[in-house]
Design a protein around this ligand. Structure first.
Ligand code: F6P
Length: 341
């Protein structure tokens, strides 16, 4: 078989580990050939490829990013996009695709599989918000990066008696904020699933100072104030219709300082959370996903995604992963609330 591989959406530590596992097992165990598609769905849409064989994947296990490149190109928004992909795959002699991506990339994979193309998905996102899998690779690395930052911010916050706000990624789901906030001993955690009350946040900040400690507030970029409590700016949209976020840390910095009188500063971790080498956990999860994805392709399965359930890698319908996002349940958030203030 000749199999195409692509990585789409925001990059994520562990992508190269998946590519390596797919190619190593696919070539060495099953004798398949591979075509690397460049920059997400742009590759199959425009027929942009790169060689992908065992020598091409040597040494990439610990490397962040993706050797294939990524983009947020949405072929479903391009006129005749699906037909062009089909033509390009036929011209290249590609029998099946392994699509490694998050909700958007796998949403396209679902549509293509519905139209008869052979596609197997691998779930990827630092946000950990894909349904049907307990964890996505990249999440553990992002949380570890955020925790390292929070540990450092504690000491400088104490020295200067400041409230420090750490803005982490998480557009719709607050998993990174929740986990990094819990592991980093944050005094307030704000997530998109739970609109916050700025007066309550300021109360926690004051309480913390009264106990002679400096507060750390971890906020997900998608967190919003409860309706009617604080004005927010609108952002621009990407090809999948997502608002470009960022800025809630700055808003909190201003509001907390104005309302409590304590000096406040924000740190936006941004794309640092997506860069660099994956943790051992993410390397292993990504590798196992890759091994099971190539098994699925080899067995002629399509329209499925590999997923972690407990300790096992299973196959689920692609649609199960993308139907709705996996958000932080309220009771999980409540566990963390014990440590607020
Ligand atoms: O989906 C992963 C993610 O890192 C989100 O947490 C974040 O909102 C988004 O990507 C940022 O996207 P971009 O790299 O396009 O700024």
């Amino acid at each position: 078989m000749r199999i195409g591989v692509l990585t789409g959406g925001g990059d994520c530590p562990g992508l190269n580990a998946v590519i390596r596992a797919v190619v190593r097992k696919g070539a060495e165990v099953y004798g398949h050939e591979f075509v690397g598609f460049r920059d997400g769905w742009k590759g199959p849409l425009e027929g942009v490829t790169m060689p992908l064989d065992v020598p091409a994947v040597r040494g990439i296990l610990p490397r962040g990013g993706t050797i294939l490149g990524s983009s947020r190109t949405n072929p479903l928004k391009v006129e005749g996009g699906v037909a062009r992909i089909r033509e390009n795959l036929e011209a290249l002699g590609v029998d099946a695709l392994v699509a490694i991506g998050g909700e958007d990339t796998l949403g396209v994979a679902t549509a293509l599989a519905d139209q008869g193309l052979n596609v197997v998905g691998v779930p990827k996102t630092i946000d950990n918000d894909l349904n049907a899998t307990d964890y996505t690779f990249g999440f553990d690395t992002a949380v570890q990066i955020a925790v390292d930052a929070i540990d450092r911010l504690h000491t400088t916050a104490e020295s200067h008696h400041r409230a420090l706000i750490v803005e982490v990624m998480g557009r719709h789901a607050g998993w990174i904020a929740l986990h990094s906030g819990l592991a980093g001993g944050a005094n307030v955690i704000l997530i998109p699933e739970r609109p916050f009350d700025i007066d309550q946040v300021c109360e926690y900040v004051k309480q913390r100072f009264e106990r002679h400690y400096a507060p750390i507030i971890v906020v997900a970029e998608g967190a919003t104030p409860a309706e009617g409590t604080m004005a927010m700016q609108e952002g621009e949209l990407d090809a999948f219709g997502h608002v470009r976020l960022g800025g809630i840390g700055q808003v909190l910095e201003r509001e907390i300082e104005a309302r409590t009188g304590y000096e406040s500063r924000q740190t936006v971790l941004g794309h640092v959370q997506r860069g660099g080498t994956p943790t051992a956990y993410d390397r292993i999860l990504a590798t196992r996903f890759g091994l099971h994805a190539i098994d699925a392709v080899h067995e002629g399965d399509s329209g499925v995604m590999v997923a972690l359930q407990g300790a096992d890698i299973v196959r689920v319908p692609l649609s199960a992963a993308t139907k709705e996002l996996k958000l932080v349940p309220l009771d999980r958030y409540k566990e963390a609330e014990v440590f607020f203030g």
